[in-house]
Design a protein around this ligand. Structure first.
Ligand code: GDP
Ligand code: GDP
Length: 435
């Protein structure tokens, strides 16, 4: 579970991306495995002492043709809005610069925890240069050398200390979902259309503040929460047209959701940018529904739907588990199918298979089609156990985990889907050596 978001801010050249790369370091290669998923380099996940948080390098969020000062200003704004903890990076090599003072003033006024860090302290002599940073009024600077990897552990300890104890899916017992997609696919129209269908909007949930961005509503006796609705509904939101900012927004909405509705614009068809969005949905391990919106604009005959479905499957191979809905947010057509589909997907995400039944299916699958030997050795699955939900996670206890080939894991996954459905949820399959 991700404990929150941490942003690095600071003027150019203080070493933000160096520190960022050091911190996310070894995880990158793991996350890059899924073919066809393009990733943005401004965010990553950091694991420290069994905890995980998301890290953003705001230096990578840029506005085209904008003055320098305005760009830093925007980066700090975004950090203040999106992050739970802000690392303000400075450099002992250059000392306190005017831009540092400007940033410090902005950060002093914000209510988020700020950690002042002083980079490029490569040797003990440089330590002398750190003292002037007390003048920024942000407390003790954490001393770092990104180049030499000094001080990173201390920094991470302080980050974990300052991260609020908040639960990222705060709505126990309620199905929460978000609507993501590139600009103009119809996200706000769809949210409005879902809320319009004589549903009771609960306006005063305990603990929500005036600017709460999640919208609760009932269907019959069941409660739902649409995540990040304000961000969707409020037009002219700040920096809306900056793609990387939209990605961050979507990420924090996805974190708090059980199910993600990934929208495609049926009028324009599938575009490259849709792949980024789909990748975000898939990586999060949440339930996913692909919604082909603006269906009213598509000229169709009896073959159209099958044809489009085939195209979607070909373009988003890794989302092969996600059901596809065809809607029109404008006319409301088929929008009422979404809530039952969300229920179905959320049920699949939280499904727990009893161990004996799970083992029957997996041992059967193994008998029907044993794994091909690898370097003369044969994979043997002794038994299996489901260790987690959201997403369902299955551990296979085997003779040698190295022998579980990707394609065989895929085969097992397909057998599990045949047996149990798992509509809309990814499934994680892990191998452990039987002890
Ligand atoms: P950013 O613009 O803030 O993202 O800064 P970069 O990470 O690109 O670093 C700017 C320059 O500072 C690069 O040439 C880095 O190699 C250098 N740099 C980063 N960290 C350190 C450090 O700890 N010590 C020294 N001496 N140089 C560093
Ligand atoms: P967002 O940027 O993703 O929130 O998209 P909006 O909800 O603001 O919609 C963008 C434009 O597409 C608006 O002009 C909507 O009226 C239009 N639109 C949204 N959904 C549909 C739909 O299902 N059919 C048609 N024809 N237009 C739609």
């Amino acid at each position: 579970m991700i404990r929150g978001t941490v942003a690095i801010v600071g003027r150019p050249n203080v070493g933000k991306s160096t520190i960022f790369n050091r911190l996310i370091g070894q995880r990158k290669s793991i996350v890059d495995d899924t073919p066809g998923v393009t990733r943005d380099r401004i965010y990553g996940e950091v694991e420290w002492l069994t905890q995980t948080f998301r890290l953003i390098d705001t230096g990578g969020i840029q506005i085209e043709d904008q003055a320098f000062a305005q760009e830093i200003n925007m980066q700090v704004d975004i950090a203040i809005e999106e992050a739970d903890v802000i690392i303000f990076l400075t450099s002992a090599k250059e000392g306190v610069m005017t831009d540092d003072t400007v940033i410090a003033r902005k950060l002093q006024k914000c209510k988020k925890p700020v950690i002042l860090a002083c980079n490029k302290v490569d040797n003990p002599e440089m330590q002398m240069n750190v003292y002037e940073f007390y003048a920024l009024g942000l407390g003790d600077p954490v001393v770092l050398s990104g180049a030499h990897g000094i001080g990173l552990g201390d920094l991470l300890d302080i980050v974990l200390e300052k991260l609020p104890e908040k639960n990222l899916s705060p709505y126990e017992g309620i199905t929460s979902f978000c609507v993501i997609g590139r600009p103009n696919v119809g996200k706000s129209s769809l949210v409005n259309s879902i809320l319009k269908e004589d549903r009771v909007i609960v306006s005063n949930v305990e603990g929500t503040t005036r600017d709460a961005i999640d919208t609760p509503f009932h269907v019959d006796d069941k409660e739902y929460m649409i995540i990040d609705t304000a961000g969707i509904r409020k037009k002219g939101k700040i920096y809306e047209n900056i793609e990387k900012y939209s990605i961050l927004r979507a990420l924090s909405a996805i974190d708090r959701s059980n199910v993600v509705l990934f929208l495609i614009d049926g009028e324009k068809g599938i575009r490259d940018q849709d792949k980024h969005v789909a990748g975000l949905a898939h990586d999060a391990g949440k339930g996913v529904i692909i919604v082909y919106n603006k269906w009213d604009t598509v000229e169709k005959d009896e073959k159209t739907m099958a044809k489009i479905e085939k195209e979607i499957r070909a373009q988003f191979l890794y989302l092969n588990y996600a059901p596809i809905a065809f809607t029109s947010a404008l006319t409301g057509s088929k929008v009422n199918q979404l809530i039952p589909l969300i229920d179905q997907v959320h049920d699949a995400c939280t499904l727990r298979i009893p161990t004996n039944i799970l083992n029957d299916v997996i041992l059967d699958a193994q008998m029907m089609n044993p794994a091909k030997p690898h370097l003369g050795k044969q994979l043997k699955i002794y038994y299996a156990s489901q260790v987690a939900v959201e997403p369902p996670t299955i551990v296979l206890f085997v003779n040698d985990p190295e022998l579980l080939h990707f394609s065989y894991a895929r085969y097992i996954e397909n057998k599990l889907r045949e047996a149990f459905g798992f509509t809309g949820t990814p499934i994680k399959i892990l191998a452990r050596k039987r002890s």
